[in-house]
Design a protein around this ligand. Sequence first.
Ligand code: PMT
Length: 409
Amino acid sequence: MESGKRVLLIISGGIAAYKSQELIRDLHRREIAVRCILTDAGSYFVTPFSLAALTGDKVYLDLFSLTDESEMGHIELSRDADLVVVAPATANILAKMRTGIADDLATTTLLATDKQVMIAPAMNVRMWQHAATQENITILQERGMQVIGPEEGEMACGEYGMGRMSEPVLIAEAIENFFRNAGQTSEEPQKSLIGKKAIITSGPTHEAIDPVRYLANHSSGRQGHAIAKALAALGAETVLVSGPTQLADPANVAVKHVQSAEDMLAACEAALPADIMVCAAAVADWRVANPPQEKIKKNGVMPSLELIENPDILANVSQLAKNRPALVIGFAAETKDVVSYAQAKLAKKGCDWIVANDVSPETGTFGGENNTVHVIDAETIEDWPILSKEDIGQKLAARIATYLENIPT
Ligand code: PMT
């Protein structure tokens, strides 16, 4: 490839391995060369022959093969790439990466590499939710590895939930972003928010109906978590107040896990004072008045639920007389008249900016990788193009930094 961009793709043994072929094709379209390591288990799902045909290169399989080691040993394999991508990454390979087990070519290369590693997990929902996997992924993120997905959806095992590997196009976009950022500068990003403190709300809230049931919404927390990550990357002391999500806690961020709107408000108040507040959570507007202590029995009589209004965290913080953050940003989730409804919310709640997004089901905003937002303040409306939620987080963090640099102290 003329671009000179090279990815070492490690394919471990999951049904999603078949998608690695589409990933290779997509990367080639983006002028990114791919060399593959296929694990033993991976070779049950995709053959070395098809991968060799697609990559136009030898496929590396065996740590103890004299030909493999003399042609291109595990150190050279990593040395020869700009980025190492594990897709699909099974629960097994994640556990080995976390503990440093190196018992085959893939894991030995992963232990030996000094290159950026990107992981696209794929597994059954319960394997993903298992405390061991969640702990492993958190540690790997803390070590600087970038995690793409997984997604929620139908699984090969017939179950539904979080654990499907992200679509190849999304992984390819993340890889392209890596090369774009690497090309921009080799220096550390400017830490323009050092000395500032930020509080971000993210995810849905769960409002109890009884001890086993709750009211909720479709928020995945991706947008809020991406903003927290981007603010932390600019050096802000960052507190993420998150409702229940499937996401790993971002590195370098203090995460307060909460359930309900009332818990979320209490956690935000406890985290104040701060310079920046970003309310990206989809907080339930109502909760059930006096939820019973015991499970409501199904006995032929329809229960009637009395709903009462939840506290409005954004409005509360925006209207604080004391300890109001210098910049308070809300989100507006709308399904029609997005900008005008958002402008009305900006005025009603008293925040400084509002980030409006369309959450109609066909947009895929809830839970998806991408978002299209309009950043609105009292004077201006900025329409941003469709971007990944990560990119929106970074663009918003940069806008926040510029704003804070320019307000008179
Ligand atoms: O989590 P994802 O799947 O990535 O999806 C992202 C998102 C769609 C959830 C996010 O981009 C978004 O729009 N978040 C705000 C969702 C929302 O509740 O919007 P709203 O228009 O109902 O509320 C307006 C603002 O008031 C929001 O900043 C909200 O956090 C805040 N609010 C609302 C009610 C309440 N009781 N307390 C609040 O703080």
